[in-house]
Structure formats: structure tokens, C-alpha cells
Design a protein around this ligand. Structure first.
Ligand code: XLS
Ligand code: CA
Ligand code: CA
Length: 438
């Protein structure tokens, strides 16, 4: 078997002092944190599209990286070379999951029957590669945004024929996800939105997206898919307005259309920040609604207004993310590096540096989040902050034992309430710093 990344050894944990560029400094798969090995806390995942397909093309320039892997692009030979390179890459890093869009795996043909035959061939090939390894699919999805047919969306398209074509792609992508043992299936509604209300029936479009999702759930369950479906919220880009704006919006949509039993959310850091939230905010909103399913682990750039999909480097963000994940009791999904190297980082070595950075950042986040929880001061502060609801009138409110008039009578007797107590934000932030750097 051809070795694609010859110069790069298997990546091992060597500790924070290591100066070896091809070693983990924090990700130590067997280290036990809060009763579980790091590798179980952190089901790291390779995104097929960024790692094996994207080669640096942007709006102003062509590819900088060579991702041909020795084969002619647009051929099945190339598709197989990507599988070989991807498995070598995952094995060298100890990554146990991958995510894919249908058209990341094979070149799309003009005729869907031919595309599907290619998908059958490549998924047989992937299955063979999976044998004897512990590498599995995290989630699959259908690309319903790249081809011009989806210019007005998929489920939300004005064209019933496009709706049917989307259904056909979803059906096949679900077949593949089940075949490859996927834990989940994602809907990212990149073009499910609109540019102008002058030509758009929003109500009709949203109902149609829900129809398509119901059809997908029915089909998925009928072929034995037991995992979660996910919506991946994003407020904009490519469309000006996207219906799955953020976690709260997506949860409202899922409940409104009776999809909340089959769906959870796949929260991407960079999408949360584009929506004007922190990553932690969208994780918390998902978690408290029982819908935190999976994570697209990346980060944006606050100086740029678009989806830069950078490898996670920000340890504060990773720590607060892992704090939410630990409090959630983990994820049924995983941590998918929906991240790409910067355009000038175009070598094979950079692909490894990028994953080492991402995996180490989340390992560090996990270690620090566990310390924050064990330290207990944050939890204790939050609990005390709401103490007035544990006795007296507060308890009566929670027990549903009072009317509005009772409360008004209580307020009349009380006079003005005391100030509600300091929020102590600066003190709490200093605890976080002490845990991170102490
Ligand atoms: C794009 C999205 C996309 C989804 C999968 O912004 O992140 O890559 O994760 O379709
Ligand atoms: Ca993204
Ligand atoms: Ca994503």
C-alpha cells in the first residue's frame, strides 16, 4: 500500500515540554479524566471535505495545496486515493471517526444513477478499509448547496423537481451512513433561506423543509438507522437569511413541526459566533433543551464577518465548550474538525500540525474544564445566587402555590426589595484564570 505521508510518523503523546512538532503535548488518549479516558471524552473526527478535498481555492485565487494524492482529480482512482490517504491520516493521528458529504466521496456524475453507482463502489472500498480498525463514520450528509440546482435551497426550493432531487440525495446519503455505521445524519441548511422577501413565501418554505425532514426520518428509521438526526444551525452565508439561525431558532422549528424526538443539534463554534453568540451560549441552549448532540470543532475570527473554519486554538473557548459537554454527560455524537488550514499552510505537514493543534486544544479544554468542575467554586456561586428560591416566598413560587395577587400583597408588605446581590463576574473570571494558569 502506498504511503502518502511518508515523512510523518504516528503521532504520540509526549507531554507539554515536548518540542517534537509531530507529537501531542496535551492529548493523551489513555489518561483518565473524571473517570473516563480522554479518547472516550473526545471522539475526534476528520472532515472529509476540508482535509481530503479542499485545496485552498478562494474567491481570489486557485488551489495552493496538492490534494491529488497521485491520481487524476475527478476520477474514481482519485476518490480511492483519498480514502487511502484519509485512513493513513486518521491512523497516524489516532482519530476514530470521519464525516462526509456524498459528493466529497466521489465526483458527481450528470446522472444520479451513475453517481449512486460510484457511491456504492466507494463505500464498499471504505468498508474494506474500516475492517480491522476502530475507525467509524460519525455522521453523513448530502451536499444540497453546491450544485446550481440548489440555488434556491433544497427543501425550501420553489421547484418541486429540485425537492425530489434533494430527497433522492438524502435517501442515498442515509443508505451510506447506515452502511458505514454512522452515529448521526446532518442537515446543514446552507441554502435554506432567502435573499429577498419580495420573491419568498417563508411559511411555505419552512413547512416544506419540515416535510423533507419527516420523509428523511421515516426512511431512515425504515432502514434501521437508530442514530440522531441533526440540524446544524448557521445564521448566514451563503444566504443572507438562513432559517436555522441559531440553536434557539432551530429548537423552536423542530418543536413546531414535531421533529424534536428524532433530531438534536450539531453546534459549530464558528456558526454560533456568526449568529452573535458565544460558542458556549449555543451549547448551553442546546444542552438545557436536551438537544446537544454533536459538535463541529473550529473557530472563527472576530475581525472577519464570515465562516473562516479555523482550527481551534482558543483554549478559553475550548474549556468552556468542554465544561458544557461534561455537564451534559458527554455527547452521543463527537468532535468533527470542520476546519481547514489557512491557504498558505499548504503542505502535508500542515494538515498534521492542524489536527495536532485542534486535538491538543480540546484535550487542554477537557483537562481545565474538569478542574473547574472539581474546584466547584463556579457551581457553588451559581447555586447560591438563586438561593432565595429555596425557602420562603421563593419556594412558594416554584411550588406553584401563589397567585399574582399573593405576590403583590407580599411586595406591599415588604417595601422595596434589597439589591439582588453582586454578580461577581470579575471574581469568577479570575477563578477561571487561576484554574487555567495556576
Ligand atoms: C458549512 C457547514 C457544512 C456542514 C455540513 O458552513 O459547516 O460544512 O457542516 O454540510
Ligand atoms: Ca463552517
Ligand atoms: Ca459544519
Amino acid at each position: 500500500m502506498k504511503e502518502f505521508f511518508k515523512k510523518i510518523p504516528a503521532i504520540r503523546y509526549e507531554g507539554p515540554a515536548s518540542q517534537n512538532p509531530f507529537a501531542f503535548r496535551f492529548y493523551d488518549p489513555d489518561r483518565v479524566i473524571l473517570g473516563k479516558p480522554m479518547s472516550e471524552h473526545l471522539p475526534f473526527t476528520m472532515a472529509w471535505w476540508h482535509n481530503l478535498c479542499a485545496a485552498g481555492t478562494d474567491m481570489f485565487g486557485r488551489d495552493t495545496a496538492d490534494k491529488s494524492f497521485g491520481a487524476e482529480k475527478g476520477t474514481m482512482e482519485h476518490a480511492k486515493a483519498k480514502v487511502d490517504a484519509g485512513f493513513e491520516f486518521m491512523k497516524k493521528l489516532g482519530i476514530r471517526y470521519f464525516c462526509f458529504h456524498d459528493v466529497d466521496l466521489v465526483p458527481e456524475a450528470d446522472d444520479i444513477k451513475e453517481t449512486n453507482a460510484r457511491l456504492d463502489e466507494i463505500s464498499d472500498y471504505i468498508l474494506k478499509k474500516m475492517k480491522g480498525t476502530d475507525i467509524r463514520c460519525l455522521w453523513g450528509t448530502a451536499n444540497m448547496f453546491g450544485n446550481p440546482r440548489f440555488m434556491n435551497g433544497a427543501g425550501s426550493s420553489n421547484s418541486a423537481d429540485v425537492f425530489c432531487f434533494a430527497a433522492a440525495q438524502i435517501k442515498k446519503a442515509l443508505d451510506l451512513t447506515v452502511k458505514l455505521g454512522g452515529r448521526g445524519y446532518v442537515f446543514w441548511g446552507g441554502r435554506e433561506g432567502y435573499e429577498t422577501l419580495l420573491n419568498t413565501d417563508v411559511k411555505f418554505e419552512q413547512e416544506n423543509i419540515a416535510r423533507l425532514m419527516h420523509l428523511a426520518v421515516d426512511y431512515g428509521r425504515s432502514i434501521g438507522f437508530t442514530g440522531d438526526f441533526y440540524i446544524e444551525p448557521k445564521p448566514k452565508e451563503p444566504m443572507k437569511h438562513q432559517y436555522d439561525f441559531d440553536a434557539a431558532t432551530a429548537i423552536g422549528f423542530l418543536r413546531q413541526y414535531g421533529l424534536d424526538r428524532d433530531f438534536k443539534l450539531n453546534i459549530e463554534a464558528n456558526h454560533a459566533t456568526l449568529a452573535g453568540h458565544t460558542f458556549q451560549h449555543d451549547l448551553r441552549i442546546s444542552a438545557i433543551n436536551g438537544m446537544l448532540g454533536s459538535i463541529d470543532a473550529n473557530q472563527g475570527d472576530l475581525l472577519l464577518g464570515w465562516d473562516t473554519d479555523e482550527f481551534p486554538f482558543n483554549v478559553y473557548e475550548a474549556t468552556m465548550c468542554m465544561y458544557e459537554v461534561l455537564k451534559n454527560g458527554g455527547l452521543t455524537g463527537g468532535f468533527n474538525f470542520d476546519s481547514k488550514t489557512r491557504r498558505p499552510s499548504y503542505t502535508f505537514e500542515d494538515m498534521f500540525h492542524a489536527y495536532i493543534l485542534g486535538m491538543d486544544t480540546f484535550a487542554l479544554g477537557l483537562i481545565k474544564a474538569a478542574q473547574l468542575i472539581e474546584d466547584g467554586r463556579l457551581d457553588q456561586f451559581v447555586s447560591e445566587r438563586y438561593a432565595s428560591y429555596r425557602t420562603g416566598i421563593g419556594k412558594k413560587i416554584l411550588d406553584g402555590k401563589v397567585t399574582l395577587a399573593d405576590l403583590a400583597a407580599y411586595a406591599d408588605k415588604m417595601g422595596a426589595p434589597k439589591l439582588p446581590g453582586s454578580g461577581r463576574q470579575e471574581y469568577l473570571e479570575s477563578i477561571v484564570n487561576a484554574v487555567l494558569f495556576g
